[in-house]
Design a protein around this ligand. Sequence first.
Ligand code: 2P0
Length: 320
Amino acid sequence: MQAFAKAHPNIALIKYWGKRDTAKNLPAVDSLSLTLGDLWTNMNVHFSSSYSRDQLEINNIADDQNISRVSRCLDSIVGKSRPFANIISECNFPIAAGLASSSSSFSALVVAANNAIGNKYDTQLLASQAGSASGSAARSMLGGIVELNNTQNDIEIKQLSSVERWPLKVIIAITNKEKKSISSSQAMKLSASSSPFYSSWINNQEADMSEGRLAIKNKDFERLAAVSEHNCLKMHSVMWTTRPSVIYWNEASLNCMHAIREMQKTGEAVFFTMDAGPQIKAVCLPENEAKIAQRLSEIKGVVCVMKSKLGYAPISRVIK
Ligand code: 2P0
């Protein structure tokens, strides 16, 4: 019982912030994301009665911090009476730094585990299982542009656009590779209980989702840019007004935002988004990619720039 899977992280344009059920890890709002093809997590899951406990290795280093979350996720796919597993994970981008490494990791984990036991579950069920471990991971089960909707007791994912239909590009300006000071889960909990803007954030999400869907349907870049930046800044306003405040930005993040605003004024098709970390993601049309990447790499405080095309759903194979 051994399988390999490769999955890509995703970044949300219309964000997930807040949970309606913490036990099941169900999001409080719908969200819309881009799957990033050039960033990946490779995962090998090997179940064997020869192991005496679950073991996890991330980028060649044994990891005890995440193992209980990983074990719970494997239990949900394989059952609690499963053999123990050895899990080897490799990631080509910084972990826990606001680049959604949990989205590619948990989607790769559920896909590999499912393949190892003979593909018992379909994509929607795997998305639910991945989402219970990490809300954003559900969206990495599909490629291109993806929507996550809340249903009565669960979630549902849908592809809004294939990679080929609208091949947007994403440039990531890394401004700090350190692990974030507070996890998204902890920060979301604090936001829900203390930000005076939290209820307004929740109540206005459907309007942003409709606007995002329409922009994607019409491939209207300006419209997608406007609603994405607005939604991102609204989420960060909730974070900033949380007590104690959750501020993931640094000076370079703000410098990048201003540079993107300047590029917009000179007619470049580009917009920014930012998640639970100080990295800036610039979304653009393919013809603008090189110029924008160059400009962002020159900004004070930018450590490096990564470029990504949109990516596909996870791939997997059984290892004999
Ligand atoms: C998103 N984030 O929509 C938002 C924007 C961060 C900011 O999804 O608590 O680490 O494990 O379900 O999966 C953070 O995602 O959160 C996140 P948990 P997760 O991408």
